[in-house]
Design a protein around this ligand. Structure first.
Ligand code: FAD
Length: 507
């Protein structure tokens, strides 16, 4: 059946990202696109951190970066600082860019390990521009080096954003409506299925209005209005590996007057961890925890005691089950965002999964109709993507020496997927990291977390021993110097924001 009407159910980050991206179909008026949302139900929007592909999403839509950041009180993010994960008192940064560059065809951390064995004590971090800029609270985009008269041979800066998710959805709403997407306010109270095909044919609003569609994009949040409540797709649960199932979110002012750091902070606590996401005028904070090991009151107290200032709202308590729908595309319903699945925001992957879901949908969409091949491919690729991110998140819990709570004892000793065990064993033996196909996380990501959380790299790749020692050391000296020079030439993150994208209003 030809697709003439697309109905997007839900107007959170997922709904409006889908609407904005699909609005490109309106250029030739190929389809009608309607987004239904209910102000009474609201969105999750807890103030979010993103990862670099999100920059490309906005570029693809030709959204001016500075306008978007000003509208969402956004700031820049060079990586994530992890505190208290390997042991209480530990700290490391998982940066967005690579450590050094490959030498002799092998990864930089292999070369670094060889030199370390020869007595070079420099930490790996000094060979990464994002880490060094983060430590010094500085920021520039790559193109700003040249504009500022600095050399043009400096390392590229990889970055993402911290955004106010509610403001971002509002920004995209304007964008999508201007391009022909119709917004319909109302609460969906019923969905009608075709008795023969089982496809969803319409949704009914509390006003009695009925909206018919050929393709439905379910962005209704955790409830999964169509994918689960109407189609009963089922859910694959991963709580035995990722046991956190609750969060309490609470924004605060930066009462100490400190500038917004250009990184997200993830601090481990006795039964979970706390995020700090700095916007221009305030911090988003939250404590993700497991209710088998901690009560909500204690989790809230810990959060309040570890924030940079006084709360500016009441605590927002959320429950979730880690995992994903058994099918992301079922019949004529494609689930995106929280309706599709959820993994905790430890590596800021949720908005990214919306982004890749929308990309896949657009690249597979044919207005002639839906085929099994489309559905199967979409489901297979998405499932693989979820599983790889899952392994990377589990690593953060498994790679710990903490023995100070039952929660960490559970995580430290739990069984993990074989795919992750293999990754850890390979790394321990000689630092090998195999990035599988189009896996999201890079070698630097895996190396940063494994080393940052005390997984020992015992040996290194044999090629590293064949490199000329003095020449290699000289190359590393140059690399370190150019990173220093790059960071010294950057303004502070705060200055950059004030000059490039000052927030239109405080959030
Ligand atoms: P929601 O925001 O829940 O939106 C659902 C929409 O559906 C709403 O518009 C609602 O009105 C509508 N709706 C529901 N039922 C009906 C109905 N019956 N009728 C009409 N409309 C209906 N992601 C990141 O990338 N980085 C982070 O740092 C991050 N932190 C997070 C922290 C926590 C604690 C949680 C829970 C999530 C976090 N996420 C993060 C995930 C991120 O919040 C979501 O992926 C993103 O906001 C998308 O949400 P959504 O649009 O799928 O759902």
């Amino acid at each position: 059946m030809a697709i003439k009407n697309i109905i997007i159910v839900g107007g959170g980050t997922a709904g409006w990202m889908a609407a904005a991206a699909l609005s490109r179909l309106k250029n030739n008026n190929l389809v009608d696109i309607t987004l239904v949302e209910s102000e009474a139900i609201g969105t999750v929007g807890v103030g979010e951190a993103t990862i670099p592909p999100f920059v490309n999403f906005n570029e693809l839509l030709e959204i001016p970066e500075h306008e978007m950041l000003a509208a969402v009180q956004g700031s820049f993010k060079l990586g994530i600082q992890f505190v208290n994960w390997g042991q209480v008192g530990d700290s490391y940064i998982h940066p967005f860019g690579a450590y050094g560059y490959s030498m002799g065809g092998i990864s930089f951390h292999q070369v670094w390990h060889r030199l370390r064995q020869e007595g070079d004590r420099r930490p790996l971090q000094v060979f990464n521009v994002e880490t060094m800029a983060a430590y010094f609270g500085r920021f520039s985009r790559t193109q700003d080096y040249t504009r500022n008269g600095a050399r043009d041979d400096l390392p590229p800066v990889n970055y993402a954003y911290h955004i106010n998710a509610t403001a971002y959805a509002a920004f995209l709403r304007k964008y999508a409506e201007a391009r022909g997407v119709v917004r319909q306010e109302g609460k969906i109270v019923d969905a009608k299925l075709d008795p023969e095909s089982g496809d969803v044919i319409s949704v009914q609003l509390d006003s009695g209005q009925v909206l018919e569609g050929d393709l439905f994009v379910d962005c209704s949040g955790f409830r999964g209005l169509l994918i689960e409540q109407a189609l009963e797709t089922g859910y694959t649960e991963w709580t035995h590996w990722l046991p956190c199932n609750r969060a309490v979110a609470l924004p605060c002012n930066r009462d100490d007057g400190s500038p917004p750091p250009p990184f997200t902070k993830a601090t481990a606590h006795p039964a979970g961890w706390q995020w700090q996401v700095p916007l221009q005028h305030r911090n988003g904070n939250g404590h993700v925890y497991c209710d088998s090991f901690m009560e909500a009151d204690e989790a809230t107290d810990i959060l309040v005691q570890n924030m940079a200032g006084k709360p500016t709202a009441d605590p927002n308590h959320l429950r979730f089950v880690t995992g994903h729908r058994k099918k992301f595309w079922n019949r004529n319903v494609v689930a995106l965002g929280l309706a599709a699945g959820f993994m905790e925001p430890l590596e800021s992957t949720s908005i990214h999964l919306i982004n890749t879901g929308v990309d896949k949908l657009i690249s597979m969409l044919s207005l002639d109709g839906i085929t099994d091949a489309q559905r199967d491919t979409f489901n297979r690729l998405t499932e693989r993507e979820y599983a790889r991110i899952r392994d990377f998140l589990i690593l953060h819990y498994k790679a710990t020496e903490r023995t100070d709570s039952e929660f960490w004892n559970y995580c430290r000793t739990m069984d993990v997927p074989d795919t992750l065990t293999q990754k850890i064993e390979l790394f321990k033996a000689n630092g090998q990291i195999f990035r599988e196909e189009d896996e999201l996380f890079t070698e630097t990501s895996w190396a940063a977390v494994m080393m940052g959380q005390r997984i020992p790299m015992i040996g290194h790749n044999a090629i590293a021993d064949t490199l000329h020692l003095a020449k290699t050391k000289a190359e590393l000296d140059e690399m370190e110097k150019s990173i220093r020079f790059a960071v010294d030439s950057m303004p502070s993150h705060e200055q950059f924001l004030a000059q490039y994208c000052p927030a239109k209003e405080a959030a």
